[in-house]
Design a protein around this ligand. Structure first.
Ligand code: NAD
Length: 273
């Protein structure tokens, strides 16, 4: 992956960046010249590895531990980030979890946990970051926008998902959170967008791609016929945060190999006649 220095000296905070898509996005943003804050929940080793590899090869990075669903911890994380780098220019709301269950057996705790991390966690980080973005405004030699915010959502902000109602509801909620923020923050020159991945090989869905049988099954849902890697998502995040995308706000880019194209109709949908 070759990435130009389109984010030179911008400061980016990526939540849940000790693994998977978040780690990929953090490293790609560092390749684009950004200084990176790796937020992690409990995987300090993964966070330290990401920081180390950025520092050795690319530039500045630090790790900050915080649970994105805790208002106090998010506030402290933003304060620590601003203390280290002076401000932040880009927030990537990536942290997310699944706790799957058939609906009849879904516990309130299992519902609440997913909403707390995926939706409320994104709200808390977005609000703290937006306060800093609006306080600071545009820094002319850094970016045309005052700041950029990205949500790593999911195709399940659009595709219903039986057995995963809590997850799909959290991602559907992110869609309107993202659009409402895009509308409200545009006059402050803050751009807000989402990337909605399809199936990406990470820890969150290991059981769906680890065995050849499972991968074969998921490929039935992907017209492009391969499961994505974090490197399929990362350059899109860099581009969306860069000035090349300066007129884009309130948009969702589906990076899904065609999952949203009703793959069941790929053979003409004869069964539906
Ligand atoms: P992952 O499990 O590797 O990453 C999720 C990260 O979130 C982990 O590092 C985890 O520690 C962190 N996290 C969880 N709870 C947290 C909390 N309370 N506070 C801070 N961090 C927390 O899996 P991933 O696939 O890289 O997931 C990243 C995002 O991508 C998630 O929002 C997920 O919903 C989304 N997504 C993933 C896929 C996929 O197929 N992998 C598809 C669509 C969307």
């Amino acid at each position: 992956m070759s990435i130009g220095k389109t984010l030179q000296d911008q400061i980016v905070l990526v939540t849940g960046a000790s693994s998977g898509i978040g780690k990929g996005v953090a490293v790609a943003m560092a390749q684009a010249g950004a200084k990176v804050i790796i937020n992690y929940l409990s995987d300090q080793k993964g966070a330290d590895q990401a920081v180390q590899s950025i520092k050795e090869n690319l530039g500045s990075a630090i790790a900050i531990q915080a649970d994105v669903s805790s208002e106090d911890q998010v506030r402290e994380m933003m304060q620590a980030a601003c203390k280290e780098f002076g401000t932040i220019d880009i927030l990537v709301n990536n942290a997310g979890i699944q706790q799957d269950s058939g609906f009849l057996d879904m516990s309130l705790a299992g519902w609440q946990k997913v909403i707390d991390v995926n939706l409320t966690g994104s709200f808390l980080c977005a609000r703290e970051a937006a306060r800093e973005f609006c306080r600071r405004g545009v820094v002319r030699d850094r970016s045309r926008a005052a700041a950029k915010m990205l949500f790593i959502s999911s195709v399940h902000d659009t595709i219903p998902w039986a057995g995963h109602a809590n997850y799909a509801a959290s991602k559907g909620g992110l869609l309107m959170l993202m659009k409402s923020l895009a509308q409200e923050l545009a006059p402050h020159k803050v751009r807000v967008n989402s990337i909605s991945p399809g199936a990406v090989k990470t820890n969150i869905n290991r059981d769906t791609w680890e065995s050849p049988e499972a991968e074969e099954k998921i490929l039935n849902l992907i017209p492009y016929n391969r499961v994505a890697e974090p490197d399929d998502i990362a350059p899109v995040a860099v581009w969306l945060a860069s000035d090349e995308a300066d007129y884009i706000t309130g948009a969702t880019i589906y990076v899904d190999g065609g999952m949203l194209l009703y793959p069941g109709f790929g053979t003409g949908g004869e069964v539906c006649r």
